[in-house]
Design a protein around this ligand. Structure first.
Ligand code: Z5A
Length: 210
């Protein structure tokens, strides 16, 4: 009997309205149709107890001190780690909508936060096999539906977030221009993700920022 090859950890990052959710959904559907085991995950996961506090915070229903909310976002990822490791080891590819990079890029865009401090709580999370950054100008994002409804959805803040992403990029990043049709972007991302899934089959999972 052949051993089970692990699934790939594929993370999507980007500024507001860059199309992550749309593309993650299309990707999942296409992979499953091709017989590849895959699941979606989204951070913040607003369904857990911690996620519910974050949701209230994002909607402006609750004020949470900035350091505290940073740690809650991280805790919201750590609580998912046992499930993530289990699924990956059983050969399921995870398509993840935002991860630790959002945690760092958004908090470090606030006043008086140091980027290195922001990384600390997420050190040791499963390291993605690829981080796909969907790049969209703030002007283009503002023309898309829903911009400006939640905390952080302001042009100057989003510019600081983009600047922080630049500082976080490493060899696992693929930066993709997201200012194109949903279909064209999907075709490009599907090709990229299938290549990553193939290339990570026999690689051990490693730890983030270690
Ligand atoms: N945050 C944080 O601070 N710390 C953390 O650790 C984490 C997150 C994990 C909520 O995240 C906030 O939490 C987020 C970062 C912070 N704040 N901001 N900004 P979220 O992921 O739940 O929510 P979001 O960033 O606002 O993402 P979104 O609403 O899910 O947007 P999206 O996924 O990038 O885009 P979309 O929903 O696929 O598309 C948006 C609209 O554009 C929609 O009407 C689409 O139909 C349209 N669209 C999509 N693609 C296209 C193309 N190609 N052309 C034209 N129109 C398009």
């Amino acid at each position: 009997m052949g051993s089970i090859t692990r699934g790939a950890l594929i993370v999507f990052e980007g500024g507001d309205r860059c199309g992550k959710t749309t593309q993650c959904g299309l990707l999942l559907k296409a992979l499953v149709e091709e017989g590849i085991k895959a699941q979606l995950m989204k951070f913040p996961d607003r369904t857990t107890k911690i996620g519910k506090i974050i949701n209230d915070y994002l909607l402006g229903n609750e004020d949470v001190e900035d350091h505290v909310v940073h740690l809650l976002y991280s805790a919201n990822r750590w609580e998912a780690v046992p499930r993530m490791k289990d699924l990956l080891s059983r050969g399921t590819t995870l398509i993840v909508d935002r991860y630790a990079y959002s945690g760092v890029a958004f908090t470090a865009a606030k006043q008086d936060f140091d980027l290195e401090w922001c990384k600390m709580p997420d050190v040791g999370l499963p390291r993605p096999d690829v981080v796909v950054q969907l790049k969209l100008s703030t002007e283009a994002a503002m023309m898309r539906g829903g911009f400006g409804q939640e905390r952080y959805e302001k042009a100057d803040f989003q510019a600081k977030v983009a600047n922080n992403y630049e500082k976080l990029k490493d060899s696992t990043w693929e930066v993709i221009d997201a200012d194109k049709s949903i279909e064209d972007l999907h075709t490009e991302l599907l090709t990229l993700c299938k290549r990553v899934i193939k290339s990570t089959e026999n690689k051990p999972l490693s730890a983030l920022w270690k």
